[in-house]
Design a protein around this ligand. Structure first.
Ligand code: ADP
Length: 486
């Protein structure tokens, strides 16, 4: 099948979170199943075209608002050469640095409605321009949410009339809600439902996409209820037969402790010696002293309410002042008040807490590899990739039982089963308890080793999920054809 991935993030060029990893790794897995995939993404100001990129000879005409604009197309492949990648250069909207906003602190650009409505229209115009007509357009989150409606309402005749859409919901919290003017600009005014006079990109996508997926079975159930649906629960329930929760995988070649060049020592399940070296070097890199017998906890995360790390900042002082204590390294950026909380903890406990408030993929890898435990106290977590990377790198996850964390982390039974530590309530007390359990477990090297090996031996590859996506594509094609020829 020909599949067009339309996405606001693609690794290694544009990444804020797990969506980028999924786009890169799933498209690669689909290519290895024999499909033809192309990824379409905006060329943001911080992406510099590489030497081996080709500028398409003719500009792409994009019809948005009341006139035609022209964008430049850059063609290249993903770093390992598996998937074709096309970037849209259009400087008025994408020439500045940043994907959703000027800095990674949750701020948005004021013209995001125009930027991403334009991008959605450009995705369809791209197919006509290249005369490359996919069977499936696979959309990712709100920024691509208008494509299913544009396709259904504007392309019912012609070469895209047989194309189906699959919309993957990576996170319902961000929906892209904009005033009526954006519906006019997108050519959808009066043709799609508005919510309190506003255009909701994600809601429109959910209504119009042929099929819907989300990134774990538990999140798929959670979003059909009031607490997890972020206002979309009713429409999701109505569409539940078309909604499928498919657990994300990880790219096991890119994330491999045996070959990862960012690590000071490589290791595998059969030989964990390199992991001890990673631990020592991580402590040095983060300016923490090496202390025998106390565990090292790692965090790699966006610092927002969703991730529950404010609970960690609150829990830490009581743990750090105990006799049997611990050390923590935090890599994260986002909410300034959370960044400050961890910086303050570092100042107060300089031998136990180290904080880096930036985006740093190389350091992230060394934290996954060098920590004993990895913390994810998320309030909600659609899938979560970080706990999968941690397990792959022999680090035991401590997670709240929610979304994809509940689907991938299994509680240690004290004997031979389990790969992590889970807790239920979203509270400081529950997190403290889980961390105390970890501190005790650290004194039992054989239990630690069994849990590490259980985590490392799990199959988190894309092999199975890619087959599930393939079945969804087949289903989407069948229902599209039934619509065209009822
Ligand atoms: P989300 O998509 O909600 O942020 P995931 O766990 O699915 O959460 O994916 C997070 C991804 O972003 C992982 O690849 C993680 O390593 C990466 N990441 C998050 N924060 C940072 C950071 N400060 N530096 C480097 N990588 C980060």
């Amino acid at each position: 099948m020909k599949v067009l991935f339309v996405a606001p993030e693609v690794p290694p060029h544009a990444k804020v979170g797990g969506l980028a990893d999924v786009v890169g790794a799933l498209s690669k897995a689909l290519v290895s199943l024999g499909h033809e995939c192309k990824i379409f993404c905006p060329l943001y100001g911080d992406i510099k075209p590489g030497k081996d990129w080709h500028s398409h000879p003719s500009p792409l005409p994009i019809v948005a608002g009341d006139h035609v604009s022209f964008g430049r197309l850059w063609e290249c492949t993903t770093p390992d050469g598996d998937v074709d990648l096309t970037f849209l250069e259009f400087n008025d909207y994408f020439g500045r640095c940043g994907i959703y906003g000027p800095a990674d602190n949750g701020d948005s650009f004021g013209d995001n409605g125009h930027r991403f409505a334009f991008f959605c229209r450009a995705a369809l115009d791209l197919c006509h321009h290249l005369e490359w007509y996919p069977q499936i357009i696979h959309c990712h989150d709100w920024t691509t949410g208008l494509i299913p409606a544009m396709l259904k309402l504007n392309e019912s005749k012609g070469p895209l009339s047989g194309t189906s859409t699959v919309l993957t919901l990576h996170n319902l919290e961000h929906q892209g809600v904009f005033p009526q003017g954006i519906a006019d600009f997108a050519g959808l005014a009066g043709r799609v439902p508005m919510e309190s006079g506003q255009l909701n990109f994600l809601g429109t996508g959910i209504r119009f996409a042929t099929n819907l997926t989300t990134v774990s079975p538990t999140y798929s159930r959670e979003i059909q209820g009031t607490s997890g649906g972020c206002g979309m629960e009713k429409i999701l329930k109505r569409r539940s037969v078309d909604l499928c929760g498919i657990l994300n995988g990880i790219d096991t070649q890119v994330w491999n402790p045996a070959s990862d060049s960012a690590l000071p020592g490589n290791f595998s399940m059969d030989d964990l010696a390199g992991k001890a070296l990673c631990r020592e070097e991580l402590l040095k890199e983060m300016g923490l002293p090496s202390r025998k017998g106390i565990p090292l906890f790692g965090v790699v995360s966006r610092l927002y309410q969703q991730k529950g790390l404010d609970l960690l900042a609150e829990a830490l002082p009581s743990l750090l002042t105990r006799k049997k204590t611990l050390q923590v390294v935090v890599l994260g950026s986002g909410d300034p008040s959370q960044e400050k909380a961890f910086q303050d903890l570092e100042r107060k406990f300089p031998e136990q807490v180290a904080t880096a408030t930036r985006f740093d993929e190389s350091l992230a890898r060394r934290i996954y590899a060098g920590s004993d435990f990895f913390l994810m106290p998320s309030r909600f977590e659609p899938c979560g990739l970080s706990q999968l990377y941690a397990m792959r790198y022999g680090t035991i996850p401590i997670v709240r039982r929610t979304g994809g964390l509940a689907d991938t982390v299994h509680a240690w039974d004290g004997k031979t089963n389990g790969n992590g530590i889970l807790f239920g309530p979203s509270s400081v007390r529950a997190l403290l308890r889980a961390m105390e359990t970890a501190v005790m477990l650290f004194d039992d090297p054989s239990a630690m080793q069994i849990m590490q090996q259980n985590g490392m031996s799990e199959d988190f590859s894309w092999d199975k999920p890619a087959l599930q996506y393939q079945s969804i594509y087949v289903e989407a094609q069948e229902s599209r054809l039934n619509q065209v020829n009822p």
